[in-house]
Design a protein around this ligand. Structure first.
Ligand SMILES: [Zn+2]
Length: 99
């Protein structure tokens, strides 16, 4: 009986970097993936699994405008506001803020 092949070591994975948007709105490379997604033309940030973003991605034309943030503080510092679809409560709080 042949012994099952060992899976190849995932060296490529450990070396992977992610392009994230920083608080100063410039891109940088990170070892860890972002926790939030963003839509650049409208400066909205939201969850990675945001149903509204996924719908837009399915329609196409969205992906090239998509950015990623390490965390929420960075997204806010970069001037992005919460998504009304997936971050409803934060969005309402943001809307209530005097500008
Ligand atoms: Zn959303």
């Amino acid at each position: 009986m042949p012994t099952p092949k060992k899976p190849a070591p995932q060296d490529a994975d450990s070396a992977k970097t992610y392009t994230l948007l920083g608080a100063d709105r410039s891109f940088y490379q990170s070892d860890t993936p972002g926790t939030l997604g963003g839509y650049r033309p409208r400066k909205i940030y939201g969850r990675l699994d945001c149903p509204s973003a996924i719908r837009a991605i399915t329609r196409g034309g969205y992906v090239r405008h998509r950015v990623f943030f390490a965390d929420e503080a960075t997204a806010i510092a970069a001037g992005y506001r919460p998504c009304a679809a997936c971050l409803r409560e934060k969005y309402l709080l943001w809307k209530a803020l005097p500008l």
